[in-house]
Structures are given as structure tokens and as C-alpha cells.
Design a protein around this ligand. Structure first.
Ligand code: NIG
Ligand code: FE
Length: 406
């Protein structure tokens, strides 16, 4: 491990308002020292010259380009098989998104081998890394049997520490029976499925996971079922996060706040009570604009949340149904163009906001002691992420001080 001095940084984003300007803690003409994979010093190039005597092995000259913290993508569903491009095509022609499409991915995922799932997962992780993501949360939720959910969390744990058990994604077909009158191929009722999730499935998955999640929405799980699932996870040492208010107003946001969830994700349809509850809480509102892009729903009102004092994160929700993008720059561009966020707010939410949604203090910022997860942009400023949408502006990425991509 070497000591590396990054110099000639046109614009450095630290996300530390005590060190630089604005919420993003910006320093112009900056330098940054990395030692043992962590940030050891930040300041201006001039101050680095005064400090002069850094004992370094390597210099990386940024040539005036911007350096920002690696993106923290705190919500993704990357272990699955199959293709739902036809659903997307139909939605673009006017069909409504519904949670029911999840079941077609469940069927394809159950039929896939571990090797197939692993290969696909690895390629999504590389794709995300190349677009500047250095911390990635991954959920299960396309298995929905004890065996398959265990496979999904186990495979996720091969590539990240931020693994979420989402056995309560939807009720699978075989548990949609009627009490006392089960049809062909039916194993039970939805209540039996919730029993399975909070019992054997949770027991098999918890050793591989850090988080418990539930899709609390019409067509998925009720508020009572959601509470039961989250409380069972908490009892086994998992921390809660919630999918809520994606398709309609509901009670999921207040459940998340009530259980001190780290994050409640989607937040597309919120009441004033939801916003007030979030503002008083430690729960982050994670907005997922790729979903609204790909379902033609209205975008969440980020301005309303920010003005109320809610902490907002941005994430891709990368999944084959509602948002098949692994690009945090794309989400930033949508947040700025469609959701009333400034470029600085959007960048903060995609880095420090995501870190807060994962209760992480070592990522999402470039302050002394934090991980040297760095993204060099082929641009003088991060504003270009929204100003030049769709352009591959991520030039180089370092994780823990080591170069990931070229
Ligand atoms: O976060 N909302 C629930 N789950 C995913 C969608 C999954 C799918 O359609 O396959 C989401 O949007
Ligand atoms: Fe999701």
C-alpha cells in the first residue's frame, strides 16, 4: 500500500462543510493525500506545497479535473435472471407498472444456476463501478423460497457487505391460496407465506444479511404484515429499511419512522404527515428517479422534502422491472432536471446521503480517516453530471485507494 498525493484537482468535493464551501464542502485547486487506503490530508495545492514534506510514493495529477467521493448506491436488486424489456416497451406505449411483473423475474431466477446468477451479478457490479459507484447495497427478493432467497443473499454477500433480505417482496403464486381450499400447486395462503418469511426463510438468510426490507404497498404487503416482517428481522439482529409509497399514499413511511429504519425508499406519494414524520426522524428518504423515468409516474418532490429538513438520498434501484439502470450519474441528472434538486444537493444525496441511508460514516465523504473511494470526472465540475447527461464522464475510480477502472 502506497502513500499517494492527488494534486492539481480543479474542484474537490469533500462533503465536509467545515472544510470547504457549501453543503458539498468544495475546495478549488485542491490536493488530497491517501495513506493505507484512507484519506490522510485534504487542502489546497498551495497548502500541500507549504506542507511540502509529505513522504509520498506516488503523485496523481488530476490536470484540473474534478474529484468527488465514490457514489453510494444504497438500493439495488442485482441478483436475478430473465428479461423484462417487453414490459418496458409496453409501458412506454401506455401500460401501467404493477408489482405483478416481479413474478416473471422470480420464475426465471429460480430456474437459473448459481453460476449464471453470479456471472450476471458480477457484470452489474463492474458496470456500476465503471460509472463511479464504490459502495453498493444489494437486495434479495426474486427467489421467494427458503432455498432461493438463501442463494440470493449468499451470492450478494460475495460482492458487498450491504446485503438486504427482501423475502417480503411479493407473495409468490404458490401462496395465493384460500384457507381450507388450496388449489393445484398451491402451498398455502398469504399468511402462510409471511410465516415462512419470518420463520425458516429469515433464519436461513440472516447469517448473510445486514438489513431487512419489505415492499409495503398495495399488491405487495400490508402495514401489519410489513411490521411483522421487520420486527422479526430486528429480533435476529438485522436493521430495517422499507420500500413504501411507490405507487400510492400508504402507511409505510410512518412504519419506517416508527421502527427507526435507516431509510424509506421511493417516497413518490407522500402526505404532509409523512413529510413531518420524516423531518423529525433519523430515517433517510431515498428517492429513486430511475423508477419514475421507466414507469412514467410523476417524480417524487425532492424540494418539498429538502425544504422540510428531511435527509434525502438518491439511488438507482437497479432492477429488471421498474428501473434497469446502474447509473448514479443518470439519477443525478434526473434529480436536477425533474425533481428540483440543485446539482450540489443531488451530488450530496448520491454520496453522503446514500452513506447515511446505510448508516455508514466511512464512505460518501472525503474527510480525514474516511475511505479513499474516489471518482475523477472528465470535467472541471460535478455540474457536468447533469449538464452532460448520458456522457461517460467517470474517468478513473479508486476504491480504498486502489485504482478500479481506467
Ligand atoms: O424497488 N418496488 C418493489 N421492487 C422493485 C421493483 C421490482 C420489479 O418490478 O421487479 C422496486 O421498484
Ligand atoms: Fe427496490
Amino acid at each position: 500500500m502506497t502513500r499517494t498525493l492527488f494534486t492539481n484537482i480543479g474542484l474537490l468535493v469533500t462533503n465536509d462543510p467545515d472544510v470547504g464551501d457549501g453543503i458539498t464542502g468544495e475546495i478549488t485547486d485542491a490536493a488530497l493525500l491517501v495513506d493505507l487506503g484512507r484519506i490522510a490530508w485534504v487542502g489546497t495545492t498551495a497548502a500541500a506545497e507549504v506542507a511540502g514534506g509529505f513522504d509520498i510514493d506516488r503523485v496523481v495529477d488530476l490536470g484540473g479535473r474534478a474529484l468527488i467521493p465514490g457514489f453510494v448506491d444504497s438500493h439495488s436488486h442485482l441478483v436475478f435472471a430473465g428479461d423484462r424489456s417487453r414490459d418496458f416497451e409496453a409501458r412506454m406505449a401506455g401500460r401501467k407498472y404493477s408489482a405483478g411483473g416481479i413474478l416473471s423475474t422470480v420464475a426465471a431466477t429460480r430456474a437459473a444456476s448459481d453460476e449464471e446468477l453470479r456471472d450476471r451479478l458480477n457484470s452489474f457490479v463492474s458496470e456500476a463501478n465503471a460509472q463511479g459507484t464504490t459502495t453498493l447495497e444489494i437486495k434479495s427478493g426474486y427467489g421467494l423460497t427458503v432455498h432461493d432467497e438463501e442463494r440470493l443473499v449468499r451470492l450478494s454477500a460475495e460482492v458487498t457487505d450491504e446485503v438486504t433480505f427482501l423475502g417480503a417482496h411479493v407473495v409468490p403464486r404458490e401462496y395465493r391460496g384460500t384457507l381450507g381450499a388450496l388449489g393445484d400447486g398451491e402451498l398455502g395462503t398469504r399468511e402462510d407465506y409471511v410465516d415462512l418469511v419470518v420463520g425458516p426463510m429469515l433464519e436461513a438468510c440472516a447469517p448473510h444479511a445486514k438489513w431487512i426490507d419489505v415492499f409495503c404497498e398495495e399488491g405487495a404487503f400490508t402495514i401489519e404484515e410489513s411490521r411483522r416482517v421487520l420486527e422479526a428481522g430486528i429480533a435476529l439482529g438485522l436493521m430495517p429499511r422499507v420500500h413504501a409509497s411507490q405507487l400510492a399514499v400508504g402507511e409505510g413511511v410512518r412504519l419506517a419512522v416508527d421502527l427507526s429504519a435507516a431509510s424509506v425508499d421511493h417516497c413518490t406519494y407522500l402526505t404532509d404527515l409523512d413529510v413531518a414524520a420524516l423531518a423529525r426522524s433519523e430515517t433517510v428518504a431515498t428517492l429513486l428517479p430511475g423508477v419514475e423515468f421507466s414507469t412514467k409516474q410523476p417524480y417524487p418532490d425532492a424540494r418539498r422534502l429538502l425544504d422540510a429538513g428531511v435527509t434525502v438520498a438518491l439511488s438507482t434501484d437497479c432492477n429488471p422491472g421498474s428501473s434497469f439502470t446502474s447509473s448514479m450519474p443518470f439519477c443525478i441528472a434526473l434529480a436536477v432536471r425533474e425533481m428540483g434538486m440543485t446539482p450540489a444537493e443531488a451530488l450530496w444525496s448520491a454520496t453522503a446521503g446514500g452513506a447515511q441511508a446505510l448508516r455508514r460514516e466511512d464512505v460518501g465523504r472525503l474527510t480525514i480517516g474516511s475511505r479513499a473511494d474516489l471518482v475523477e470526472l472528465a470535467a472541471p465540475s460535478y455540474v457536468h453530471l447533469a449538464y452532460r447527461p448520458g456522457v461517460p464522464l467517470v474517468r478513473r475510480v479508486w476504491k480504498d485507494g486502489e485504482l478500479l477502472t481506467n
